[in-house]
Design a protein around this ligand. Sequence first.
Ligand SMILES: [Zn+2]
Length: 275
Amino acid sequence: MLIDSHAHLDSPRYADDREAVLRRTWESGVGAVLSIGIGEEPAQMHQALEICRQYNGQPNIPKLYSSAGVYPHNTSEINDAVLAKLDILLAEPEVIACGEIGLDYYHEGAPHATQREGLIRLLEVAAVRKRPILIHCRPTDNTTNAWDDLFEILEAHWRPTGLGGVMHCFGGNYEQARRSLDLGFLVSFAGNLTYPKAQPLRDVAARLPLDGLLVETDAPWLAPAPHRGKRNEPAWVSLTAQTLAGLHGSTEQEIAQATTKNFNRLFNIRPDVGN
Ligand SMILES: [Zn+2]
């Protein structure tokens, strides 16, 4: 069984066929999906949880978990009401993570200082609720600026919690991956691992230990080859798992076993009893 550790199931792009997408996911051997609760703005943070509740328990649908968080470029919207909403969501048993949160210096949006201050406030809420975090980190091209700021913040405000997290859609170098593992994080690879130009990223993935890895789709974005450019869906996480297997000289089944074990360990999930 594979787990897609990061998909935006609440995207409007699934409005017409979400159930069919989830059935295809199940049929392709994906047993669980972590549905990311950021919506398009903080007011929609709860949508992922609602989808979990709508589908969990139905036959031939993967087990759904959700997260809640504020995307880096929405940090200008953080106020007491947003933090209170996040806190309430993180208290729910299905909401196993806080994210995706982090720093994005690549796209135009919230000022960098606003992102850093916002991230620190979000970490405080996640720490109280004891939820691992899902990090989005994207530096300006040819720099390490967002990574440098991120590690400084995590060392001071997150390492002491011992809660760990996930470096979602990892796109950094080996040193950044190594530092992430040292912080108790898992490194999650998405469909971009399969792209022709991603050889440097594949070289990083090949050097990381299997007990530090996850796979994800980041659906509806970043469809893996040969579906690149199309709407992505969790069923296609197996293509990233196959690429990872090739890099590690292992089988897709071994990647599925390792990443599922890692997921369950990080989020304290006992698969025999559900969560
Ligand atoms: Zn995402």
